[in-house]
Ligand binder design. Structure first.
Ligand code: NDP
Ligand code: 8X3
Length: 250
């Protein structure tokens, strides 16, 4: 039987590329995001390959998450794999100039959203004695860079939660691991710079950034290891990147 994977943030970037890749590898998919039209387009694009169900909700809203998970049809109820991917940076400012709405968004989405999703899905995995959670962290969860303050804090929290989950779930049969990418060219910087496309493009100019498909490929690798192998914590950067602040731009 095909495994069922729930992907948050499937409407764009890493989540969308992962949906495309896993659909072609015959995983059944529950695709989530706020932009319903994008989910509908993706469903029609991928339904030739596998079974797709879509759920529209904001990961900040625990009640919406509960309702969405409860609404799953019988053939999608047993989720084998949760990919906690939804998230973004909002703003890039010195801490003294930071916008508190941006801070709230990053902590609410990247940290609390990931926790709410896990809370909604984990108990069933634990009672079944089987499951796999992949948390999408970041190099920003391993080091801090100037003006990255709260985004880096949110991803350091993901790093801590990933480790904590793995400890608490030890012995339950549920695997937990994080993938921590460096610079990946997605809509990430457009969101960070609030729709300023020119500024966003500049982030990825002068070097070959990672593509979302590169991360999807790694996620597929992680998911297809034998049961006794758990990729606990993986960091991946493009060759031009050495750290958050050292990027070889020509
Ligand atoms: P994108 O902006 O391309 O995608 C972000 C996804 O998250 C979208 O599908 C969006 O869906 C979803 N999302 C955002 N906010 C919410 C919300 N409140 N509720 C539900 N879904 C939400 O960025 P990426 O693909 O790059 O980012 C994916 C993950 O990868 C994030 O966690 C990011 O921090 C991480 N990451 C990205 C890197 C990069 O350089 N791009 C590097 C390291 C980590 P919708 O708007 O439809 O709700
Ligand atoms: C995204 C990578 O360096 O823009 O998490 O923070 S970075």
């Amino acid at each position: 039987m095909n495994k069922i994977v729930l992907i948050t943030g499937a409407t764009s970037g890493i989540g969308k590329a992962t949906a495309v890749r896993l659909a072609k590898e015959s995983f059944n998919l529950i695709l989530c995001g706020r932009r319903e039209n994008r989910l509908a387009e993706l469903k029609s694009e991928l339904s030739n390959f596998t079974e797709i169900h879509t759920l529209t909700f904001d990961v900040r809203n625990q009640a919406e998450i509960t309702k969405a998970i409860e609404s799953l049809p019988e053939n999608f109820k047993q989720i084998d794999i949760l990919i906690n991917n939804a998230g973004n940076a909002h703003g890039l400012d010195f801490i003294q100039d930071g916008n508190t709405e941006d801070w709230d968004a990053m902590l609410d989405i990247n940290v609390k959203g990931l926790l709410y999703m896990s809370k909604a899905i984990l108990p069933e995995m634990v009672s079944r004695g089987n499951g796999h959670i992949i948390n999408i962290g970041s190099t920003a969860g391993k080091e801090v860079y100037p003006k990255g303050n709260v985004y880096c804090a949110s991803k350091h929290a993901v790093d801590a939660i990933n480790q904590g989950m793995r400890m608490d779930l030890n012995g339950t049969g549920v695997k937990v691991g994080a993938i921590n990418p460096g610079l990946v060219e997605t809509e990430f910087s457009e969101v960070r710079f609030k729709g300023d496309t020119e500024k966003a493009k500049k982030v990825y100019q002068g070097f070959q950034a990672l593509k979302p498909e590169d991360i999807a490929d790694i996620i597929h690798f992680v998911l297809t290891r034998p049961y006794h192998v758990n990729i606990a914590d993986l960091m991946v950067m493009c060759t031009a990147q050495a750290s958050s602040t050292i990027v070889d731009k020509k």
